[in-house]
Write a protein of this length. Sequence first.
Length: 138
Amino acid sequence: MKDSPNRLVLAIGALCLVLLVLGYAGWWSAFGIATWPLIYLCAAVGFGGKAARKVVWPALLAMLAVGIALLAAILLTEQKSGVPDLVLGTPLATAFLIYGIWPLGLFIGVLYFRVFDRHVLPQRKLDAFLQEFGRRTD
């Protein structure tokens, strides 16, 4: 699959069009859920083709599933009236956001840190880059 990055970019573009339609139509729940694949497809671009297929895709798909599940939990536990159920001083839906969704961004950073030197920019590629574009002493 030589054109895998191109397909990934095309998928991102198509998903952006879907998000525009959902946003203009006012379907905010569907818009929120469809935003999650966009986030993780954009993250996959940063990992590169080889790393994304072998190492990163299972982790990204797991985080995508967790993110969609947490967003669904927010939508299902939202209380519009009455006394809210509190978790650590916040309503339950807000607790899912603060303690569930916000940390997911940290996991992408940790995953990128873990695979960068082995798959994204291995030492041989770094050496070749520095030899071609590195500081010149002449």
